[in-house]
Design a protein around this ligand. Sequence first.
Ligand code: PLP
Length: 404
Amino acid sequence: MQINENYQKLPGSYLFSEIARRTAAYSAANPDKTLIRLGIGDVTRPLPQAVLEAMHRAVDEMGAAETFRGYGPEQGYDFLRRAIVEQDYLPLGVCLEEDEVFVSDGAKSDCGNIGDLFGPDNVVAVCDPVYPVYVDTNAMAGRAGDYCARSGKWSKLRYMPCTAENGFTPALPEEKVDIIYLCFPNNPTGAVATREQLAAWVKYANEQDALILYDSAYEAFITQPDVPHSIYEIEGAKTCAIEFRSFSKTAGFTGTRCAYTVVPRQLQRGGAGLNGMWNRRQCTKFNGVPYVIQRAAEAVYTPEGRRQIQENISYYQRNAQLIYQGLKGAGLTVSGGINSPYIWCKTPDGLGSWEFFDRLLERANVVTTPGAGFGPSGEGYIRLTAFGEYRATQEAVERVCAVL
Ligand code: PLP
């Protein structure tokens, strides 16, 4: 019996366990202090009323023989796929067929599972800093090579630095890469890509026969009208890109679980249609999202649902503004926060990410996320999130400013 030895190459999940360890140690030594957490990437507002009502109705349907549902379509129910096509994409001028949309239990699973479709020798490019799922799932599949603890990099991955100099959007690679992960609005930097920047990526991918995996899990947080919400707003993207979206941050579904992935039928690589391959993969390994949850997701598209989710998004956006303006006012260099729930903050006085994390933990009793945990180019930054409670966020910003 042979295990997948790639798993043994994975470094421990250092970032969040180390944050938890340091936070617990501080709390144990200082039981009188109240910590405020601006590190979490999880929502805190409850599910909207329209979503709850739809869920209750669907639960009742499951309890009556006439309306009971067993296995549903692996790709998602038509009612939800139709709502996605008509309400998420048509307003952007993007025409999709319902069978190009695959409903799932999460963008995390889809971003990871999509790797089933790709051979082991592809050259994979990721942003640095990066959402760790893209890196670790490629490592598990043997596409990342070996991990070097000193550099914090995998030998076969191509890292695209996202720095203050390039506005946290990566330059096109000079060599040929096969698979490119892009995430805008970005986790962790909060940066967005312009239409022109995305057009350059689409041109590159079509010319090089490469594939873009576009994660737009945070598109609902875009406030500036000229920022694209979908890669398919760019001409030519349907022949080179797969897009991941999620109800998690848009509608508070992090614990409810519903997302979707778009695989255009025009997308061909190696003589095969990726839509058909993903359909085959999902039908074999996935049995669909619960009916109750899909009805809940459908309610997001009703007029009340839309209004209610927007209230929650606005609530978080207000937090983001508070953090952004507060830290900027205190003299820190900050970015993100305008089209994103994440604020990316340069550490002062040349402090390392972890040093600044410790300083804020010990002196302001505020928990953040050290940027170094997202990749080597995250060193010298911390990430703050807008998903907290408003008053707590307000107090956290006041405490941080007082320390600075
Ligand atoms: N993509 C990015 C960039 C994320 O930051 C997250 C969650 O934090 C996800 C995907 C996961 O989304 P889901 O809850 O749908 O699995």
